[in-house]
Ligand binder design. Structure first.
Ligand SMILES: O=C(CO)COP(=O)(O)O
Length: 127
């Protein structure tokens, strides 16, 4: 069964997430992807053949929407590249998204190196 992955990145990390998606595009293609709005726009520009849908931008509630989808069992894995060096106005939402991913123990990666390991570990082959 195809998975639904949530893909999210803060602004300075968006190129790294777009690069990760492009490198794994063939493995990601059979799965569904949901992104926060701005992240989704960047990924679409880099990988126009992938079908992704978007929710609101993170600071406007998108992180909470994705958290709600995780709580509802609609998201099977989270790839979220936060910016470790920039404060975020919506830091409470970021924390809540990380927390809810832990509560539901979905596979989650918060850096390109770990996201690569999720793929190497066979996450996408499960779909
Ligand atoms: O802010 C975000 C994650 O906390 C991501 O939101 P955008 O993809 O809209 O920039």
């Amino acid at each position: 069964m195809p998975l639904t992955l949530a893909l999210v990145a803060h602004d300075r990390m968006k190129p790294a997430l777009a690069d990760w998606v492009a490198r794994h595009a063939a493995d990601l293609a059979p799965h569904s992807m949901v992104c926060t709005a701005t992240t989704g726009g960047v990924i679409r520009r880099h990988s126009p053949d992938l079908a992704i849908r978007t929710v609101k931008s993170g600071p406007l509630g998108g992180d909470q929407q994705i958290g709600g989808m995780i709580a509802d069992g609609e998201i099977h894995a989270l790839v979220f590249f936060p910016d470790p060096l920039a404060p975020q106005a919506h830091d409470v939402d970021v924390k809540a998204l990380l927390r809810i991913a832990l509560v539901y123990d979905i596979p989650a990666a918060f850096s390109p190196a770990t996201a690569d390991l999720l793929v190497a570990g066979g996450l996408l082959a499960r779909g």
